[in-house]
Design a binder for this molecule. Structure first.
Ligand code: HEC
Length: 128
């Protein structure tokens, strides 16, 4: 009896987790999105900030001398023009894949979930 209950409970939990990951990416506001946004933030603040800056403004410590300006991810006009699909592709394949600079290199080691989480985090960087 006890065991059966635990199994049911963990199946439900899995469904919840999977459900919140595959939800259409809306903006950060929903609390269900928070854990995945948090994972994206951690990755961003580990390997992206060096160029993109802590706040995503493109002014990180390694942002100069790259041969291309680092994209300001807080820009509302960029946010409006970049689809989630484009952002996913840039993260995975590097900016060259979308006609940009080779300075932004591919991140092929990231899982789909990690990439999705980064996309969501990047959406929270938009300035008002
Ligand atoms: C070595 C420096 C560097 C690192 C590290 C870096 N980027 Fe970039 N990124 C750039 C540059 C430079 C551009 C602008 C490319 C261009 O416009 O030609 C860019 C552009 C982008 C863009 C915008 C692409 C577009 O649509 O114009 C996104 C999104 C992005 N980076 C996300 C990330 C994420 C997420 C990470 C970490 C996983 C990351 N970057 C790590 C340098 C970097």
């Amino acid at each position: 009896m006890m065991l059966r209950w635990q199994v049911t409970e963990s199946v439900l939990l899995m469904a919840l987790i999977l459900g919140s990951c595959s939800k259409p990416r809306e903006d950060s506001a929903s609390t269900a999105g928070e854990p995945t946004t948090h994972a994206g933030e951690t990755i961003f603040q580990t390997r992206c900030f060096v160029c993109h800056g802590r706040e995503g403004q493109g002014n990180g410590p390694a942002s100069t001398g790259l041969g291309a300006p680092v994209r300001d991810l807080t820009s509302p006009s960029w946010q409006d023009s970049a689809s989630d699909e484009t952002i996913r592709s840039v993260i995975r394949n590097g900016a060259q894949a979308v006609g940009g600079s080779a300075a932004m290199t591919p991140n092929r080691d990231l899982s789909d979930g990690q990439v999705e989480s980064l996309v969501r985090y990047i959406r929270t960087l938009r300035r008002r």
